[in-house]
Design a protein around this ligand. Structure first.
Ligand code: PMP
Length: 421
């Protein structure tokens, strides 16, 4: 039956739509940290950073259902929901990041950030990392090199390598990132392009899950500010408590962004995203600036977003991410003592990367083994993925309700896969 569905899918959706795993999953239901397939099998979800509160969290389901039955409309009427939510959201940010704008996707949030940055600075230049993914709109795809052949980086875009804490000394990674950004700024200027912004994840995801050393963003942010550009923190992945150490990933680096873009877990699956920014940045957008988004920040989105924020706080999910993240990292490091294929375990909280190598001394990437591990775990009903420039970094990014027991299940399954190879 799945084979027939795959064939129908290919026929009607075309070749650009990819499926995870050699044996694709046909999911029908989710609850908490578990997903269920059409045959009734249960899978531990260690990958999904949309359903951060766990799949189908009753609080969010209830908030969405209740508000849908009362009112949903576009955002040009007065409604408490969006104001309440924007107040609650901005209250989770350091002082200064005090205003919010809402979109439906992370791509749109980054698209709006570029438009604002260009207007405010009068520049056009953009600096992003080498394998970044910031979204799918025309403007954003131009600085999302991870999209591969399908996009051409814009002539005003410069890319820099993400700070690789595995292949360089930690201190060196930090200095190098600042130096590379400064060099990119100089190159833009040499070509007569004024820099508008540096955009960076505070934990690089598609670049290979680099989270440290803490503070590595600082010299780079200083460089872009000195050049008259803005710093946009893409918190679509590390935001909403995932790092365990802070609500927002950039806070780990002691930097203050001019704009922060948000998405994925913001509505625990209800499509919503947005920007939090400095009032002076929006003010610079001009007295005649207009912003309208039919669905962004509508009453149902506001209700979902509010339920997510309240649940993160009331269930202590940031603290859980910290504690369970540490437990998971300890388990993985312990495993590295037994399996030479594990070259590095890194990350923050429940955002963990495991580098798979064929030679530890040489740090030689093993992409083929990485693929076998991802599929082997899937066969053992544990779901993860892989990332990085060499496609050899296990990407572990479970819902924030992940328990120690769930972490142990994941580590035991990985042990089993590595033993069986
Ligand atoms: N930024 C980052 C860091 C992302 O990971 C993604 C999505 N993978 C986006 C932006 C784009 O978000 P969306 O898919 O909601 O447009």
């Amino acid at each position: 039956a799945d084979r027939a569905l795959i064939a129908r899918r290919e026929k009607v959706l075309g070749p650009a739509y990819r499926l995870f795993y050699e044996r694709p999953l046909h999911l029908v239901r989710g609850e908490g940290v578990f997903l269920y397939d059409a045959a009734g099998e249960r899978y531990l979800d260690a990958y999904n950073n949309v359903a951060s509160l766990g799949h189908c969290h009753p609080r969010v389901v209830e908030a969405i259902t209740r508000q849908t039955a009362i009112l949903n409309t576009h955002t040009r009427y007065l409604h408490e929901g969006i104001v309440d939510y924007a107040e609650a959201l901005t209250a989770t940010f350091p002082a200064g990041l005090a205003q919010a704008m809402f979109t439906c996707t992370g791509s749109e949030a980054n698209d709006l950030a570029v438009r604002i940055a260009r207007y405010v600075t009068g520049g056009t230049g953009i600096i992003a990392t080498e394998l970044a993914y910031h979204g799918l709109t025309g403007a954003v795809a131009e600085f999302s090199p991870s999209l591969g052949d399908a996009v051409t980086l814009g002539p005003h875009v410069r890319t820099v390598p993400a700070p690789d804490s595995y292949r360089g000394a930690p201190g060196e990674a930090m200095e190098r990132f600042g130096r590379d950004v400064a060099a990119a700024i100089a190159d833009l200027k040499r070509h007569g392009i004024r820099p508008a912004m540096l955009i960076a994840d505070s934990i690089f995801s598609s670049d290979g899950i680099f989270a440290g050393p803490e503070g590595f963003l600082k010299p780079a942010v200083e460089a872009i500010h000195a050049a008259g550009g803005l710093f946009v923190a893409d918190e679509v992945q590390p935001g909403f408590g995932r790092t365990g150490e802070a609500m927002w990933g950039f806070e780990r680096h002691g930097v203050s962004p001019d704009m922060v873009t948000l998405g994925k877990p913001m509505g625990n699956g209800y499509p919503m995203a947005g920007l939090v920014l400095r009032p002076e940045v929006i003010a610079g957008f001009g007295p005649n600036a207009r912003y309208f988004n039919t669905f962004g920040g509508n009453p149902v989105a506001a209700a979902a977003g509010r339920a997510v924020l309240d649940t993160i706080r009331e269930e202590g999910l940031q603290e859980n991410a910290l504690q369970v993240g540490r437990h998971l990292a300890d388990g993985l490091k312990d495993l590295a003592g037994r399996h030479a294929a594990i070259g590095d375990v890194r990350g923050a909280g429940l955002f963990v990367g495991v580098e798979i190598v064929s030679d530890r001394a040489e740090k030689r990437a093993d992409a083929a083994l990485t693929t076998r591990i991802v599929n082997g775990l899937r066969d053992r009903r544990v779901l993860i993925s892989a990332a990085g420039p060499r496609a050899n970094v296990l990407k572990i990014r479970p819902p924030l309700v992940f328990s120690r027991e769930n972490a142990d299940t994941l580590v035991a399954a990985l042990d089993d896969v590595l033993r069986a190879r």
